[in-house]
Design a protein. Sequence first.
Lengths: 135, 205
Amino acid sequence: MKKILISGLIAGCILFVLSYGGLYLAVRFFPSLFVEYNSPLFNSNGGRDVLFYMHPFIISFALSWFWDRFKTMFKGVFILRGLEFGLVYSIIALLPVMWISFSALDITVAMVLSWFAYGLIQAIVAGMVFAEINP
Amino acid sequence: MCYRTILWVYLPFTLLTGFIAPRNAVPVAVTKKWVISENSSLCVNGSTNINKFACDIPAYDRTDTLTITKGKGDKDVILSGNIALKIQSFDCHNAIMTHDLRKTLKESQFPCLHITFLTLSEFPKLTLNPSPITGWVNIELAGTTKRFEINYQVSMDAQKVIHLLGSRDLTFSDFNLVPPRKLGGMIKTNDKLSVAFHLKMTAMN
C-alpha cells in the first residue's frame, strides 16, 4: 500500500509538471489549437480549477494501484514496460471514453485525438516511473 | 469748484449710460433635443490569450431623446438622457462567444446595459468635420454603476443627421465582473474591453 501511495505521489508530481508545462507551452505557441475551447462545454468561472489541477494526482494514484496489481504482466526494460502499460490503459480506458465523448458532445476530432494522445503520454510516463520505483 | 465740475461731467454720463444694458450680460441657456435613431450601434472589442473577439449591438431598438443644455459658461454643458441596451442583443458573430459574453455580463440577472449621459466639455459644433469633445457618463452594467469620461467625435452630415461617436476602454473588473477563463486559467479573457458607440440622432425643433 505504501509503495502504491509513494509511487503514485511521485508520478503525480512528475505528471503535474509535464502536463501543465506542456499545456502552457502549447497554448502559448499554438494558440489556434485552443480556440475550440471557447465553448460553453468548458467551465469558465474558475470554480473547478482545483479539481482541474488535481487531475495528475488522481490518474497517478489510480494507475499506481493498477500497476501494482498487474505489473508482473509487463516485461522488459522500464521504457518498454511503461510503453506497454500506457497502451493497455489507453485501449481499455481512454478509447471507449473518447468514443462516447465524441459521439455525445459537440467537439471536434482534433480535440478528441489530442485528449487521447495527452492521456496516452501521461500513462506511458506514469508506467515508466512505476517500473523504476515499484518494479 | 472742482467737485462741481466733476459732478457736472459725471452726472450726465451716468444718466446717459446707466440704463443701457451691456450686451450678453445675462446669458441665455440654450437647450436642444436630439432624438436617437434606430440605426445607432455599439461595439465591444476584447481579447483572450489565444484570440480576439468583437461583439456588437447593430441596432438600437428604442427611440430615446438626449437633451443638451448650455449653461452660463461655455464649458458648462449638461447632456441629459440615457440609453438602455439589451445584453441579449449582443452578437459576437460566433454563437459560443455570444453565449459566453452574455453569461459573463450576467444577462439573466441584469438584462440591460444603461448609459446615462451627464455632461459635455463644450457645446458641440455641428459641422461636417467631426470635432473632438469629451463628456462624463454613468455606465450601469451587471448591477454596478461607474462614472467614466468618454471621448466623443460629433458631426452633422448633409442630411442633418447628428453623429455622436463615443469610445472608451473599460475593464471587466470595473463592474466587478470576472472575465471568462478555461482549462484552469490556461485560456483567459483579458480584462480590458474597448467600447465604441455610434449614436445617429436628429435635432428636434
